[in-house]
Design a protein around this ligand. Structure first.
Ligand SMILES: NC(=O)c1ccc[n+]([C@@H]2O[C@H](COP(=O)([O-])OP(=O)(O)OC[C@H]3O[C@@H](n4cnc5c(N)ncnc54)[C@H](OP(=O)(O)O)[C@@H]3O)[C@@H](O)[C@H]2O)c1
Length: 326
């Protein structure tokens, strides 16, 4: 297949390009050349900014994978240019399109009616409007590529080259051993998808006739925070001891969820981790063992985590102070 990737050099796109090349596809990258410029010397590259230079794309392609779309106006601009040049538009959206504060649902399916508030300023680039913007981007793709689109809504994406360093925190902390602060409720929901499972499935369905909208994340029935942390201890350092501390105590000590203690969310937004991927599973989505994701991300992140993320995570001294008062 002749594949155009809008992006392709950081994390999700990077993994996709790697396997697409391995599988013998003819890949072209469109990006500004700011991120990992030296990657993939063997593929065609078009240097341009998707916000104003999409007309630099002049060829025709079987599919486009769009990993870098965040603004509805930009999707209107990009899709109108690619309309007659591309057979299928694959847009990487997000499970953030759902209203995670909705406590009434067992889980979120792809059907509408459970969305975040879409009444936003379309140009606002803050994280608060991210989910709504992604949904509105999806609508632009659907309008221009009716019946010829794949809208993919991954949950938290993890694995090597993750630029956020959210996932490596736990393996890194556990590797140091001792008493490890484990946050909140043991049965708190937890979902994510290994980037390699995500891109392998995406390439496979891109080669087939599949179209439509799909959630992509591990089944929420299979995992919880305790199971994940136990697996991390078993895989990385069986001598580490988990010490559970209640959400109330953590909040009283100004410990915030997600960035300070990644993969843990406050009870009122746990809907974020209750997304139903059964449609994609019916279409062949599979998940590698979590131990594999833990170990390989740990190996990759060992140095990077300490350099880039230490300031945002719970400090070891604050952790020790909370544990000593428990
Ligand atoms: N991380 C998660 O947990 C998560 C969860 C759900 C969904 N998602 C979605 O997954 C996607 C993440 O993709 P990624 O960043 O890993 O993809 P990627 O394709 O590996 O990297 C981003 C690419 O976009 C290019 N780019 C950025 N701005 C550009 C512009 N204005 N014009 C042209 N190219 C531009 C960058 O290159 P240059 O800088 O050189 O231009 C880079 O190649 C996003 O759509 C995100 O919403 C992420």
């Amino acid at each position: 297949m002749k594949i155009l990737v809008l992006g392709g050099t950081k994390f999700v796109g990077r993994h996709f390009v790697e396997i697409a090349i391995k599988c013998g596809h003819d890949v072209t990258l469109f990006n500004r050349g700011n991120t990992n410029l030296d990657l993939f010397p063997e593929v065609s590259k078009i240097k341009g900014d998707r916000l104003k230079e999409i007309d630099k794309i002049t060829d025709n392609y079987d599919i486009v994978l769009d990993t870098s779309g965040y603004f509805p106006e930009n999707l209107k601009y990009v899709t109108s240019h690619l309309k007659n040049k591309v057979g299928k538009y694959i847009f990487i959206s997000s499970c953030s399109v759902y209203d995670h504060t909705n406590q009434d649902l067992e889980s979120f399916t792809e059907s509408d009616g459970t969305l975040v508030n879409l009444n936003i300023d379309h140009t606002d680039d803050t994280p608060e409007t991210y989910g709504a913007r992604k949904y509105l981007c999806e609508q632009e793709v659907k309008k221009v590529f009716p019946g010829k689109h794949l809208i993919l809504r991954p949950g938290l994406i993890v694995g090597p080259f993750d630029p956020t360093y959210r996932f490596p925190y736990w393996a890194d902390r556990v590797s140091e051993g001792g008493d490890v602060l484990a946050p909140g409720e043991k049965d708190a929901p937890l979902q994510f998808i290994d980037v390699r499972d995500l891109v392998e499935w995406t390439l496979r369905v891109a080669e087939e006739d599949l179209t439509g909208t799909y959630n992509l994340t591990t089944p929420h029935q299979n995992l919880n925070l305790e199971k994940f942390l136990n697996l991390t201890v078993k895989t990385i350092n069986p001598n580490a001891k988990l010490k559970w501390v209640s959400e109330k105590k953590l909040r009283d000590n100004d410990v915030t969820c997600w960035k300070m203690l990644p993969l843990w969310v406050y009870k009122e937004i746990q809907g974020f981790l209750k997304v139903d991927s059964s449609l994609a599973i019916k279409q062949g989505l599979t998940f590698r063992p979590i131990e594999n994701t833990i170990l390989e991300t740990f190996k990759w992140s060992k140095d990077i985590y300490k350099a880039e993320f230490a300031n945002e995570a719970l400090s070891r001294s604050k952790e020790a102070k909370i544990l000593s008062s428990t």
